[in-house]
Design a protein around this ligand. Structure first.
Ligand SMILES: [Zn+2]
Length: 114
């Protein structure tokens, strides 16, 4: 795999996940990243699991940078196996395609009870 910014060969795991060298500028879609984070929060809240169980920060960043348009592109991002593709693939692809979090996941984030 090579860096999609400069074309250098990527050897380290985290760099490969991101698809670029750590020193190359991020081309992350900030708006998409925000929606992915909001969606992850709601999914994690509904399942009562920590957010990183749904997807790690690195995986969300990789999604917002690589903007997968098809399941094959999504599964090429490290951290997304067949199980998570089955659970969340459709939602992530819809978000990348421009859907709002409310369209995907109408459920509001739970209030934290004190
Ligand atoms: Zn690079």
């Amino acid at each position: 795999m090579s860096c999609r910014i400069c074309g250098a060969t990527l050897l380290a795991g985290p760099d490969r996940k991101l698809g670029r060298c750590p020193t190359c500028p991020s081309d992350m879609d900030e708006e998409l990243h925000g929606r992915l984070r909001e969606w992850r929060l709601r999914v994690a809240g509904a399942q009562k699991v920590p957010a990183y169980v749904v997807f790690t920060d690195a995986t969300l960043t990789a999604m917002a940078e690589r903007k997968p348009g098809r399941p094959e592109e999504l599964i090429a991002i490290a951290g997304i196996g067949p199980r998570k593709l089955g659970l969340y693939g459709e939602s992530v692809l819809a978000l990348v395609g421009g859907a709002t979090v409310d369209e995907i996941c109408p459920q509001k984030t739970f209030e934290i009870e004190s």
